[in-house]
Design a protein. Structure first.
Length: 178
């Protein structure tokens, strides 16, 4: 992975609840279906508008609510990076577990308009608005947690190290065909 990630931003406010990211009516659906319904309640059609590699810039307490795997849905939808004023602790833990890069960056919301491009340095933990040049210092993420996030989450890393067996669907897709 490059030392710098960049993508257009989508702006969200304070106290964005996991129920908005992963609506209850698709909670037991496939991961693909869940990803297509991210933010359906508060931004209908957003999942069709956003593109793989986009960023979310959000206010305080992003990810408040339940422990449902909303971070996985954001990752599966293609979000490359979440930059928020502050992130709910339970959501941050799920972001690590599911491989969603989630970074706290005080003052970030005031520095971006939707559609502008954010550039995030994985080494310096800086965020730059490419259009305005404004730079913010993000809070650093401990190295091992960052490695898990950019490595795709706990399960892919554990599978790669032979600590757990691959998921059955992955085994089936690797089976020789007749």
């Amino acid at each position: 992975m490059s030392e710098t990630l960049a993508g257009p931003v989508w702006i969200f406010g304070d106290n964005i609840n996991t129920d908005l990211m992963l609506p209850g009516n698709v909670r037991h659906a496939s991961e693909e279906v869940q990803a297509r319904h991210v933010f359906a309640a508060n931004r209908p059609g957003w999942a069709d508008e956003m593109r793989r590699g986009d960023f979310i810039v959000a206010g305080n307490n992003f990810g408040t609510g339940s422990s449902r795997p909303a971070a996985r849905s954001l990752r599966n939808a293609g979000i490359a990076c979440l930059l928020a004023e502050s992130i709910n602790g339970l959501f941050f833990g799920n972001a690590v577990n599911y491989g969603l890069l989630a970074v706290e960056c005080p003052g970030i919301v005031a520095s971006f308009a939707e559609g502008q491009t954010a550039e995030f340095s994985l080494t310096a933990f800086t965020v730059r608005n490419r259009e305005t040049g404004v730079v913010h210092q993000a809070l650093p993420i401990p190295g091992k947690l960052l490695d898990i996030m950019i490595g795709g989450g706990l399960f892919p890393i554990m599978e790669a190290r032979g600590l757990i067996a691959p998921e059955p669907a992955k085994l089936a897709s690797k089976a020789p065909r007749d």
